[in-house]
Design a protein around this ligand. Structure first.
Ligand SMILES: Cc1cc2nc3c(=O)[nH]c(=O)nc-3n(C[C@H](O)[C@H](O)[C@H](O)COP(=O)(O)OP(=O)(O)OC[C@H]3O[C@@H](n4cnc5c(N)ncnc54)[C@H](O)[C@@H]3O)c2cc1C
Length: 633
């Protein structure tokens, strides 16, 4: 119960991958009664969001990484594959996929992810502790205000079964929902490209290729039509692939500012991490941008050579990915030396290139596109240049004006697809919730990068002075800028499934721990415990073994999906912590040193689960959570 005697409530805004993954972890982690409200404004996006919902993702839209990397649990890397092979209900699947055996390296249709997340959410609900409940609510969060309890959220069009203590809101059809903690998982924001204002409602312009209407337009297009796709990142290949699979013979132009085409992963590609020395030259003072870029290119080439020499077994298409991953731990230090304005310029100019170095595309998607690009009768062509404007012509077609290196030219097309351009600058995001939160200072655009929002290490929103705004956490793409500067995560890894998995663990662990401490009247400990975290990570020799045992038990509790096993681990953990007694590092005035210790152990355990310096497989072995059937996976 909270301070007012009611069961504490966590309101998760957005039920795409990030919100659903967090709800799953909250259901697993909560040891006491808790109400988790999972709010979604689009019922068809529940457990799916834009990337996985069925109407916008036909069967040939496969994950842009290998199926074996799509488990929602980082510590259980094969979970998605085993679900797809053993548990998925295939009755409505088309023949091609109905008899398919999914492999770690192979493709899988993105749309089946919705069923996977639904199943795992239902399982977590069944396996939650007594009094821990999930309410799936429809409606759009529009505004938020701080209150005694935590935050009051104004929701438009709210519809939910079993949601009590909700009052009428300030506007028609709005309700106010109080929550002890709010988790914002609102996902990608669509950008209105300024170059397309003239054609925004034009029937030959597809603004959202992942909408039912967008898919319909692409599927019904005459095969000989000329199509221009703006952008050449992974989602452009979905639209091009769909057209080609439907027998399209007309020209398909991929218009790209950087001219980047993603590498294709070899069919045998496996995730791996190599160690590389620090790129020292990038940490030394430099005169100007040109010098920095020249050093960057030289260090990059040297690092690629090192990987080739030391790891001859790594396919050449994978080398850039290995280097980009190996440099992640060094990037925060490198980035720290780059002035804000320069950093933003670099990110804008090289975002696509960096994304293409950090991740490849899968063969299933690329084979058909590469064939159409290479063969003499091929119909896919890359056009390098920046789109200046898209305008209607008299004949009803669209003219795309492109500024290239050697001057401008126009491309006339029967259909223009604006590839999924997303808005990363929250000062420009149009949705009412974000306008309200920025207007009230509850959210602050990320200062250094201009991407996403200011958050602390736990994902708590910060105000303009860098102070936590209270119990409000962010998950996923909202933390893009912070991921770049804090963890050196670049490209899609700043916001894709990999980042979301980690956020869901750390936020759910933080939220449940803070709520427990507040309920116990130990808010002082809630405020204190981050300071003792480092001690538990690196304790004095005498305490090392006992603390390590406690952390291992907590890791196993957090990673266990069965309630009974979690409860048994919880009892062992309590006993283990009591047996440690006081630590010299703990302040004498703390009323419940055991409770502070437990909070610290929880924090360290969540960090261990999120260790990205190793592959998920290595992590599993390192944490000692392999099982008898599958010690590796
Ligand atoms: C086309 C596409 C394909 C992708 N494929 C992959 C892939 O294969 N692998 C991978 O790892 N990553 C992929 N990604 C990256 C992708 O961003 C993440 O995997 C993931 O889907 C993002 O999840 P999310 O929950 O943060 O956002 P979303 O999926 O966008 O979910 C956010 C949800 O919040 C809801 N919402 C927003 N505002 C409100 C509000 N105010 N009130 C209530 N609800 C609200 C939205 O309706 C939405 O359902 C892809 C991205 C795209 C665009």
């Amino acid at each position: 119960m909270n301070r007012t005697g009611a069961c504490p409530r966590v309101l998760v805004v957005g039920a795409g991958l990030a919100g659903t993954a967090t709800a799953i972890r909250l259901l697993h982690f909560a040891r006491r009664p808790l109400e988790i409200v999972l709010l979604e404004r689009r019922p068809d996006y529940r457990s799916a969001g834009v990337a996985y919902h069925r109407d916008g993702n036909p069967w040939d839209y496969v994950f842009n990484i290998q199926a074996g990397r799509m488990s929602v649990f980082r510590e259980d890397v094969l979970d998605f594959i085993s679900w797809a092979n053993q548990e998925a209900d295939r009755r409505d699947w088309p023949q091609h996929w109905a008899g398919h055996t999914f492999t770690e390296q192979g493709p899988a249709p993105r749309r089946i992810f919705q069923d996977y997340l639904d199943d795992r959410l239902a399982e977590a609900r069944r396996q939650s502790c007594p009094g821990v409940v999930l309410v799936e609510a429809d409606g759009e969060a529009l505004d938020m205000d701080a209150c005694d309890r935590g935050y009051e959220v104004t929701v438009g069009g709210l519809s939910a079964t079993g949601l009590d203590s909700v009052r009428s809101g300030p506007l028609p059809d709005t309700k106010v929902v109080g929550a002890d903690h709010v988790v914002l998982a609102t996902g990608l924001e669509l950008k209105d490209p300024p170059f397309a204002v003239e054609v925004s409602g034009h029937p030959s312009f597809v603004r959202n290729p992942y909408s039912a209407a967008g898919i319909r337009t692409l599927s019904r297009l005459p095969p000989e039509a000329t199509v221009a796709i703006v952008g050449s990142v992974l989602s452009a290949y979905d639209s091009a692939g769909l057209l080609l699979r439907n027998g399209h013979t007309g020209q398909i132009l991929l218009i790209s500012r950087s001219g980047t085409i993603f590498r294709t992963y070899p069919g045998t590609h496996e995730h791996g991490v190599v160690r590389l020395p620090r790129p020292e030259t990038l940490m030394e003072p430099y005169r100007d941008r040109e010098e920095f870029l020249a050093r960057g290119r030289a260090a990059w080439r040297a690092a690629c050579s090192t990987v080739r020499e030391r790891h001859p077994g790594i396919a050449s298409a994978i080398v850039p990915e290995r280097v980009a991953k190996a440099w992640e731990p060094y990037l925060p230090e490198i980035i720290e030396r780059i002035p804000d304005e320069e950093l933003r310029l670099l990110l804008d100019e090289f975002a696509t290139t960096i994304a293409a170095l950090r991740v490849g595309a899968v063969e299933y998607t690329m084979a058909i596109i590469e064939h159409a690009m290479r063969s003499p009768e091929g119909s896919v062509e890359l056009v390098v240049g920046k789109v200046r404007a898209i305008t209607p012509t008299r004949s009803g077609r669209l003219l795309v004006s492109v500024a290239g290196q050697h001057g401008g030219h126009g491309v006339e097309a029967d259909l223009v697809v604006s590839n999924f351009g997303r808005e990363s600058d929250y000062a420009k995001v149009g949705q009412p919730l974000w306008r309200a939160l920025l207007g009230k200072g509850i959210a602050t655009p990320h200062e250094r990068t201009g991407r996403g929002l200011e958050v602390d290490a736990c994902g708590t929103l910060l105000d303009a002075d860098g102070r936590p705004v209270g119990p409000v956490s962010a998950i996923g793409v909202l933390r893009e800028g912070d991921e770049i500067v804090r963890h050196g995560r670049t490209g899609a890894f700043a916001f894709n499934l990999a980042a979301i998995k980690n956020h869901s663990v750390s936020v759910a662990a933080h939220v449940t721990e803070q709520l427990e401490l507040r309920q116990e009247g130990l808010s002082d400990i809630a405020a204190l415990h981050p300071h003792y975290r480092s001690y538990a990570s690196n304790p004095e020799e005498a305490d090392r073994a006992a603390l390590e045992e406690a952390v291992v038990l907590e890791v196993r509790r957090l990673a266990t999906r069965e309630r009974k096993k979690r409860e048994a681990l919880d009892s062992r953990l309590t006993a283990s912590i009591l047996s440690i007694g006081g630590l010299p590092a703990l302040p004498a005035a703390v009323s419940r040193p055991d409770r502070l210790m437990r909070a610290v152990v929880n924090r360290v355990a969540a960090e261990r689960l999120n260790d990205v310096s190793v592959t998920p497989r290595q992590l599993r072995r390192q944490l000692g959570i392999g099982n008898v059937d599958n010690p590796e996976g």
